[in-house]
Design a binder for this molecule. Structure first.
Ligand code: NAD
Ligand code: TDX
Length: 332
């Protein structure tokens, strides 16, 4: 049994991870979360009080982080500003949370010699051409495009340096685009699903041919737990399930699954610097740690996700109008 400190545990992936850990291990969990617009304690409802504690606070608060890390056996650092579009409007919180916040976590785990796992993204590798036969591999060169992805790239570099210079017992995973329950309505799939629920047409950026490599959030989290328990210290593992789809296809699938004509969407202005394609080669994770994904059928996972948004309107409704107002201002 381990005492896990999970940062960003009220967000999309972090909250699903907390549920996953409670369901699949004997570990106890402390969540540290600032509850920004992206955090929602409702995502953590129903967890057993003897195994789960919530701490409202900032990963940049070094004193608080130090206290919590001192009482932990391992840290899983999910907390981040996570939305590319927001980073193009106001990069500052991305620099603070993603860079300084990671520095703050690393200093505490260094001091207390605590196992650290860093959650990162495939976006640190930049993008691929649609016809490029290659996929991202752990040693692909870093080439981030946006303030978000560059701040995540910087945070990965800090982790690598703290491993090499200070011997911090850390691992890193870089995962592709997640989908599933409890994702914020600003993100692509939840935005379209909740638009359709509201009778509004989905919005496709640019030509809609940009490709994302979709993975169910529970497959991501199963891999994170495996790397935390069995990964080699100092290593980077890429997580992905060969789930490449272009955005136009995803919108068409959502529309059809929700009983609408496949072409009932609008094209809107493109994202500046919009990455064309991401694709993950997860061979290292599969061969070294024997990882296998469970959610092999994207359409089934999507249907389940749509049901979650239909059944949990109280959770996402309070954010929806503000998100759409923000997109109107940005021309999306
Ligand atoms: P999210 O935006 O849904 O959640 C982020 C959480 O972090 C929120 O609960 C928020 O309140 C919290 N937070 C933000 N700033 C904080 C701070 N300063 N101190 C404490 N808590 C803070 O994000 P997500 O989509 O769940 O992403 C989680 C992690 O996974 C991020 O590190 C992200 O880069 C990474 N990631 C995401 C994806 C994806 O598809 N969403 C893919 C790969 C990697
Ligand atoms: O309304 C939309 N229409 C649209 O066409 C929105 C919100 C997005 N898009 C496009 C942009 C992207 O090509 O859909 C794709 C996915 O967009 P996002 O959900 O914003 O995700 P992305 O920018 O790919 O980044 C996500 O995956 C990697 C997460 O938000 C990151 O945190 C993660 O690191």
């Amino acid at each position: 049994m381990s005492r896990l400190l999970i940062t960003g545990g009220a967000g999309f992936i972090g909250s699903n991870f907390v549920h996953y850990v409670i369901d699949h291990t004997d570990d106890t969990v402390v969540v540290l979360d600032k509850l920004t617009y992206a955090g929602n304690v409702a995502s953590l409802a129903g967890l057993p009080a003897n195994r789960y504690t919530f701490v409202h606070g900032d990963v940049c608060d070094k004193e608080l982080v130090d206290k919590l890390v001192a009482k932990s056996d391992a840290v899983v650092h999910f907390a981040a500003e996570s939305h590319n579009d927001n980073s193009l409007v106001d990069p500052e919180p991305f620099i603070m949370t993603n860079l300084y916040g990671t520095f703050s976590m690393l200093e505490a785990v260094r001091k207390h010699d605590v196992r650290y796992h860093h959650i990162s993204t495939d976006e640190v590798y930049g993008d691929l051409a649609l016809d490029d036969p290659h996929k991202f591999e752990p040693n692909s060169p870093y080439d981030p495009s946006s303030p978000y992805s560059s701040s995540k790239a910087g945070s990965d570099m800090l982790v690598r340096a703290w491993v090499r210079s200070f011997g911090v017992p850390a691992t890193i995973t870089n995962c592709s685009n997640n989908y599933g329950p409890r994702q914020h309505v600003e993100k692509f799939i939840p935005r379209q699903v909740t638009n359709i629920i509201d009778g509004v047409r989905p919005k496709l950026y640019g030509d809609g041919l940009n490709v994302r490599d979709w993975i169910h959030v529970d497959d991501h989290n199963a891999a994170v737990l495996l790397v935390l328990k069995k990964g080699r210290i100092g290593e980077t593992y890429l997580i992905g399930v060969n789930g490449e789809l272009d955005n136009k296809t995803v919108i068409e699938k959502i529309l059809l699954a929700m009983g609408q004509p496949a072409d009932a969407y609008d094209h809107v202005s493109d994202r500046p610097g919009h990455d064309r394609r991401y694709a993950i080669d997860a061979t290292k994770l599969r061969t070294e740690l024997g990882w296998e994904p469970k959610f092999r059928d994207f359409d089934a996972g999507l249907a389940h996700t749509i049901d979650w948004y239909r059944d949990n309107e109280a959770q996402w409704r309070p954010e929806k109008a503000a998100v759409e107002a923000k997109y109107v201002k940005e021309g999306h």
